[in-house]
Design a protein around this ligand. Sequence first.
Ligand code: EPZ
Length: 428
Amino acid sequence: MDYLLIEGNRPLHGDVEISGSKNAALPMLMASILSEKITHFTNLPRLSDVDFALKILVELGGNVRMTKEQSSISAYVEFTDQANCIAPYELVRKMRASISVLGPLLARYGHVKVSLPGGCAIGARPVDLHIMVMEKLGAKILIEDGYIIAEAKKITAGDIVFPFVSVGATQAAMMTAAVADGISTIRNVSMEPETIELGNMLNKMGAKIKGLGTETLTIHGLNSKTLPGSSTPIQILPDRIEAGTYAIAAAATRGKINIKNAIPEHIEILLYDLKESGAIIEKTSDGFIVDATRMDKIKPVDIVTAPYPGFPTDLQAQWMAYMSVANGTSTVTEKIFENRFIHIGELFRLGARIKHSGNVATVFGMPKLTGAPVMATDLRASASLIIGALVAEGTTEIHRVYHIDRGYERIDEKLKNLGAHVTRLREG
Ligand code: EPZ
């Protein structure tokens, strides 16, 4: 197993190119199941989760051809009228996002058996809203032996109101209602850029989805089993969470990074909080620059995570690492996942001082952190440990970096290009 060795306490400087978005790519790859045509994807990030998603599509009977370029993957995905509509536990437990095959398989083939994903480091993460969506759109659902078994001769339109915003359940409703018989109205939906991008892709494939980026979607179903498909390539948008992670790393190390191929509007609230903390943000033609070289002290700034356009929960851990060297006390409130403070224990090991009760963590800023061996527990927790290590005096070892490879493309290489002293080593 790989681990990273980071010698910290040096500012990051230079350019970094942001890769395609993991959280846009995964549901969009699954949506290609609905297409009559071959779907051509470009700018897919080179991540283990994307490789895994392509593997799942092959397991389900898809024809997948891909070409790997230096920093992205292009893939051609084709589904026909024959498929294997079972997503087994062995696959789903490794990547819970595979639950998003439920809607497309049910819509196209009328029956599907998908393993329940089970628990996750950051929370229970039930899929009851996904099941509610399928039932509202006419499916018969059985839960048996840890599997969701869904049947629907025909998808019928329905009105859905989500009790709270769910990215995944909104995306499931969009993919399924797109081929329904009739008009569906979906309220209190996700407005995340990744959800909008999936909607744009479905519309490019012939769907009729209105209201993307608002709280209510109106979907005129095509009353069919498939969507005509897109005759032009589907390009994956830049990863706003990757961009946000490098932005926080620039501020925390008092460096200056030109973040290229990024859309600053997708992380407006983060850029606002970075400015509040004392960093200078300058938008450019293909991204933005974070300049913290003239920052005397890091001002503490409180955050509360929320659905888009609120502060992304996927940047909460990274922000906490930053606030652990702020000049004063701040609070971090996690409102999306009930167990997303695991990184606190590991930040302690770097000398951070953080107290938490319930979903509120109080961060007492320290003048410095010190390197130590730490353990990654999930994708974003590992990103926060990397930021802590880049700030810390001395050497930090970060173990279980397979977590980070799921969501950050070639992170050690990109950090090296920014002047960081990072080495990837193999244990044993
Ligand atoms: C997506 O997960 C992202 N994953 C997550 O990113 C991200 O943290 C999350 O949205 C919130 O922004 C992908 O896009 C692949 P939700 P998702 O449904 O769709 C509860 C990362 O680090 N809920 O919006 O699973 C749920 O437990 C990952 O890249 C139910 O109770 O998130 C959570 O508390 C981590 N029942 C809340 O809703 C349901 O049926 C929001 O979850 C569905 C969700």
